[in-house]
Design a protein around this ligand. Structure first.
Ligand code: NAP
Ligand code: MG
Length: 462
């Protein structure tokens, strides 16, 4: 795998300030495939300085020109999509077809959507005797996780650039290679120096330095609730805007009138996809008592089909964490119907696709984000109970409702405390706002709503 031994700062690859490196490991065979520099607060400071210096020029660049650069960036991602997929496969362990379709495909769609939005968005509006200007918020500090490593970078960089902001990205330590590839793409697309900067490094060092840097106007974070809470507190103390995309424990609610086989099959696929490492995954399946055992049987079959098809989880620590949740499920009395703690392979951070039945809402596996291929099936007796269970966690990121008739599903979805609901298997929409109710986060990503996070308003009165 190709790796840079420097940081992409101010339009060039520059030597890192310190000597430390991060080893990048392939989770399929546990081999070190590359090293990248571990950034220090000094690297972060240089990068923020470059972003600050580039801000006035980029903010004043007409939206049509910003759109043209984003179109060029999208085109480079298209041209290099095989390389992107191979890189994500190598550092995250994602099976290649999934890496091609999702890890490479989704960022292309999102970059394209912001190229269009930059060109069409109303950066000025009239309100009575006022003209309201929507101006870039300034320098963005972006901290991203490893689970959709390029998507999460593009979901921050593309709207930031469309808005006229400049940005410094600190990618996850487990997946820095696709971030470096993205920096190359930005360079090829002809973005002015300093508009985009990349500092690889560890969260508590480089990440924290970025979140705390006084030259950053907005911190945009995706990752765990624990770190998000800390970043929110730091930003609050500095009276600085923050967007947080945190975890989830989303409910897949199968109403009695639903097409059960379809709802269960799509539900299992959703929970196992990306080895369960998806913040919006439907990790709790809610089934009416009358159809409960039938659903459990269908889920067992569906999970067995996944046996060989899912990749490993990202690292040894994550696997240990997922296995400890499986142990906890067993200890708290859930019924294991597929998978378990036994490793499906000798090598690599693999976890068997695991399904628990007889899970009750108070169990740890029904409340906490596991971030592995583990699905819990819960039982309800009536719709009110289903709603209580669906809403009965600290999270509210996503969810699904299945019913014989769309209106019935929508009526239920309206009562869910969550930011996204798929009705009868509705398709992912890269223009729809994505983000959480409750402790799943603050703010929204994607589409016009995602763009507005990077803008602030100025009102001129006439
Ligand atoms: P994490 O620690 O929150 O990592 C997310 C990002 O924050 C990474 O770039 C990380 O750097 C950085 N970071 C860590 N500590 C930081 C700090 N003190 N200040 C600033 N930045 C910091 O998440 P994780 O450890 O990779 O995963 C743990 C759990 O988080 C998962 O099991 C899952 O439940 C949840 N998670 C959720 C999402 C999501 O999309 N909502 C994504 C990933 C994980 P390093 O890479 O160096 O740690
Ligand atoms: Mg971490």
């Amino acid at each position: 795998m190709k790796a840079h031994d420097g940081m992409y700062i101010d339009g060039d690859w520059r030597p890192a300030a310190g000597p430390d490196v991060i080893e990048v490991v392939n989770p399929v065979d546990e081999q070190v495939i590359a090293t990248v520099p571990a950034g220090t607060p000094q690297d972060v400071d240089t990068a923020v300085g470059a972003a600050r210096a580039a801000l006035p020029g980029w903010a004043a660049t007409p939206p049509a020109e910003r759109a043209a650069r984003l179109t060029a960036l999208r085109d480079v991602l298209v041209a290099r999509k095989d390389e992107i997929a191979e890189t994500v496969t190598a550092e995250l362990g994602a099976p290649l077809p999934f890496a091609q379709a999702v890890h490479a495909g989704l960022p292309i769609a999102v970059a394209g959507s912001y190229a269009e939005l930059a060109a069409t968005h109303a950066f000025e509006e009239k309100v009575g005797n006022s003209t309201v200007l929507h101006e870039p918020i300034g320098v963005v500090g972006a901290i991203t996780p490893w689970n959709y490593p390029l998507h999460q970078i593009v979901a921050k960089v593309a709207p930031a650039l469309a808005a006229g902001c400049t940005i410094v990205v600190k990618p996850a330590e487990d997946t820095p290679l696709v971030a470096q590839l993205f920096a190359e793409a930005v360079h090829e697309a002809g973005l002015p120096a300093g508009v985009f900067n990349l500092v690889t490094g560890l969260g508590p060092i480089a990440g924290q330095a970025l979140a705390e840097h006084p030259g950053v106007d907005l911190v945009s974070f995706t990752g765990s609730t624990a770190v998000g809470r800390q970043i929110g507190a730091t930003a609050g103390a500095a009276v600085k805007k923050v967007t947080l995309e945190l975890g989830g424990k989303s409910a897949n609610v199968i109403l009695p009138s639903a097409d059960l086989a379809k709802a269960v099959n799509v539900g299992v696929a959703n929970a196992m996809s990306n080895s369960g490492q998806t913040c919006s995954a439907w990790t709790r399946m809610l089934v009416h008592t009358s159809r409960y055992e039938e659903a459990v049987g269908l889920a067992r079959e569906a999970a067995a089909k996944y046996g060989d098809r899912i990749g490993p989880v990202v690292n040894a620590k994550q696997r240990a964490r997922v296995l400890s949740y499986i142990d906890k499920g067993l200890a708290e009395g859930a019924r294991l119907v597929a998978g378990g703690t036994e490793s499906p392979r000798e090598q690599g951070y693999f976890v068997s696709p695991t399904v628990f039945a007889d899970v009750t809402s108070d169990m740890t596996i029904a409340q906490e984000e596991i971030f592995g291929p583990v699905l819990s099936i819960l039982r309800y007796d009536d719709e009110e109970e289903a709603l209580r269970i669906a809403n009965g966690t600290l999270y509210g990121l996503a969810g699904a409702v299945w019913a014989g008739d769309e209106a019935e599903a929508v009526a239920f979805a309206r009562r869910m405390d969550t930011g996204q609901v798929d009705i009868n298997g509705g398709r992912f929409n890269p223009l729809a706002p994505f983000g959480g109710y409750k402790q799943s986060g603050v703010g929204r990503e994607l589409g016009a709503h995602g763009l507005s996070e990077y803008l602030q308003t100025k009102s001129l009165q006439f």
